[in-house]
Design a protein. Structure first.
Length: 280
């Protein structure tokens, strides 16, 4: 994938205008935490959330505007972090607030076309797909903008999304289905790997608690090594693999004709198809 079109700034202190967050569940809350950590003044943030967490309620005491009168909000950016199934009920009501704002949606399956139909054809809209490691600041988000988004609005969207990790931009919205299958659903594949590795350890004779700890720490540590190393994953794999050794014996099974590579291709293809079916 190409490098990001816009690089993230050092912080959010210099962002002009108000930010409206609609929905402050796990992903919306992660974005909010990231914005505050990067220096965005709480008084510049408005949150629409019917069931705010204690942390968000506490931020309201510190200046964040929680469930304000919509008529008092003049947002430069509106971030939609609500569940996609409630979007048809909620999003159209935001149309008056979206006239001068860039609307950034992290709702799975809700297309740019949906945003334009719900908010108006002239809406500056960005569709983004984050993933769950955003909750610890290690996520990756892929975003696509419609033709109404200005360069300044794209930069604002990038900086807001980058509060939870890396951001990449694509120009073809159709790629978001494959993005969903790889990075959006990908954490579940990694967690399944840890589960499967632990079960295999038990089958090989290890106590269950030791097998679980070995699997967890191995997956987590290997992921951190991959994160820190500039080397290609293939190179890292080869460094662990001695000719005719134990790792080579295991990889012969995993890399067979019906092994992990084939399973992963079929899994990603299935998730991509389902993403297309759910898109609206």
């Amino acid at each position: 994938m190409a490098k990001p079109i816009v690089e993230a700034g050092p912080g959010l202190r210099d962002i002009a205008g108000q930010i409206l967050l609609v929905g402050a569940g796990k992903m919306g809350g992660a974005l909010l935490d990231g914005w505050l950590a990067l220096g965005l003044d709480p008084s510049r943030i408005a949150v629409f959330e019917p069931q705010p967490s204690p942390g968000i309620a506490a931020q309201a005491i510190g200046g964040l505007r929680l469930n304000p009168n919509p008529a008092t909000v003049q947002a430069a950016a509106i971030v939609l972090a609500i569940k996609p199934q409630v979007a048809p009920e909620i999003v159209p009501g935001l149309a008056p607030l979206a006239e001068r704002a860039v609307v950034i949606s992290i709702m799975a399956g809700r297309t740019l076309g949906f945003l334009e139909r719900s908010l108006g054809a002239e809406t500056a809209a960005v569709r983004a797909m984050p993933n769950t490691p955003a909750s610890i600041g290690r996520g990756i988000t892929v975003a696509v903008a419609n033709a109404k988004v200005s360069a300044a609005q794209r930069e604002l969207a990038h900086r807001l999304l980058a509060a939870t990790g890396s951001v990449e931009w694509v120009r073809d919205e159709g790629l978001l289905d494959a993005v969903t299958a790889v990075s959006g659903s990908g954490p579940a594949y990694v967690f399944l790997l840890a589960e499967s590795l632990a079960r295999a350890g038990v089958e090989a004779g290890l106590p269950a608690d030791l097998a679980a700890k070995l699997a967890r720490e191995t997956v987590a540590g290997s992921g951190e090594l991959l994160h820190r190393s500039p080397a290609d994953p293939r190179i890292l794999r080869e460094r662990v693999t001695s000719p005719a050794g134990t790792t080579a014996a295991a990889l012969e099974v995993l890399m067979s004709a019906n092994g992990l590579d084939d399973l992963m291709k079929r899994a990603v293809a299935a998730a991509t198809r389902r993403s297309r079916e759910l898109a609206e």
